[in-house]
Design a protein around this ligand. Structure first.
Ligand SMILES: Nc1ncnc2c1ncn2[C@@H]1O[C@H](COP(=O)(O)OP(=O)(O)OP(=O)(O)O)[C@@H](O)[C@H]1O
Ligand SMILES: [Mg+2]
Length: 297
């Protein structure tokens, strides 16, 4: 296991932008231990391996054996086109893989939500194919840009209902999730009376009730206060499966993504790994400003 593990550890740690010291702190070990593992001079015990897999959001197999291969594709999108009054998507080609953290960026009106809606089946494309290797019903969760909430329900009732529909219901689980999202004071409040940020938190909670292979989040942090935003990014860190996030919130996103897509002029104008951006000493925001402004029209 040694050779694969040490390489995986280095790759995953860098991808997450964690220093050896920061990772050591999370695991309650010394920085020297991390260094030894990465040099192949020592191996962690199973408890630390499990903790590492959780921190990186990967399976043990992936951590030890690197079983994630290109066959781990969950979605293949080919030449996808969609027009409303004018063309919006002009030929999207894209593969999504397991356990990716993808930021989908682009200007207002670029077509990000349209692409997301086509992926999760709310809109039909005019032409092109989406080959899906996951079940939309069981493996896909979505937080749309516009909250789709039942306004007449009380917050706790809404969580209960969605948990039942997702077959993950237990009274303790519902209470625990509401508490985790710091919505317990609003449990008995009617959804229609929640603030904008509270509604956003509820929508996020609902999309995270059940683990998924692909989670699509369309501008999840809009309207959230700083505490909620911090909570959101940290929570996302522990979500297994792939996450495709549309966001204009460039604050602190650099440590949460592995891949960045730029949608421009109806095409995926850029598709790069976060390592590549960082190797040019850029933040995602700097990269985005550059390419969104200068990519060929
Ligand atoms: N149902 C619709 N009918 C007509 N035009 C639409 C419809 N949905 C989207 N559009 C148009 O398609 C274009 C892309 O919209 P989309 O919502 O996908 O953009 P976006 O990248 O998500 O933007 P934002 O960052 O503002 O959310 C816009 O010009 C929009 O007006
Ligand atoms: Mg949008």
């Amino acid at each position: 296991m040694q050779n694969v593990f040490k390489q995986q550890l280095i790759t995953l740690r860098r991808r997450k932008q964690l220093s050896q010291t920061a990772l050591a702190r999370k695991l309650y070990v010394s920085r020297q231990s991390i260094s030894k593992w990465e040099n192949g001079d020592a191996e962690p015990g199973i408890d630390k391996l499990v903790a590492l897999a959780e921190i990186f959001g990967v399976t043990l197999d992936f951590l030890i054996l690197d079983t994630e291969k290109p066959t781990d594709v969950i979605l293949k999108i080919r030449n996808l086109k969609k027009a409303f009054t004018t063309p919006v998507l002009r030929g999207i080609n894209l593969n999504l893989y397991g356990r990716e953290r993808i930021a989908l960026l682009g200007s207002n009106g670029a077509g990000k939500s349209t692409l997301a809606k086509i992926i999760y089946g709310k809109l039909k494309p005019d032409s092109g194919q989406i080959e899906s290797f996951i079940s939309n019903k069981d493996d896909l969760r979505v937080m749309p840009q516009e909250n789709i909430l039942i306004e007449d329900l009380k917050l706790a009732e809404h969580v209960q209902l969605t948990a039942r529909l997702n077959k993950v219901y237990s009274p303790a689980f519902v209470t625990q999730m509401i508490k985790k999202f710091k919505l317990d004071k609003q449990s008995a409040t009617s959804v229609s009376k929640l603030s904008g940020g509270q509604k956003r938190k509820l929508a996020l909670l609902l999309s995270l009730l059940k683990p998924s292979k692909l989670l699509i989040l369309d501008e999840p942090t809009v309207g959230m206060d700083l505490d909620a935003i911090d909570f959101f990014w940290n929570y996302l860190d522990h979500v297994s499966g792939s996450v495709l996030t549309i966001t204009h919130d460039f604050n602190q996103i650099d440590q949460y993504f592995s891949r960045v897509l730029l949608l421009k002029n109806g095409k995926i104008a850029q598709d790069v790994s976060i390592d590549k951006i960082h190797s040019h000493n850029q933040t995602i925001e700097q990269w985005y400003r550059h390419f969104n402004a200068t990519e060929a029209q």
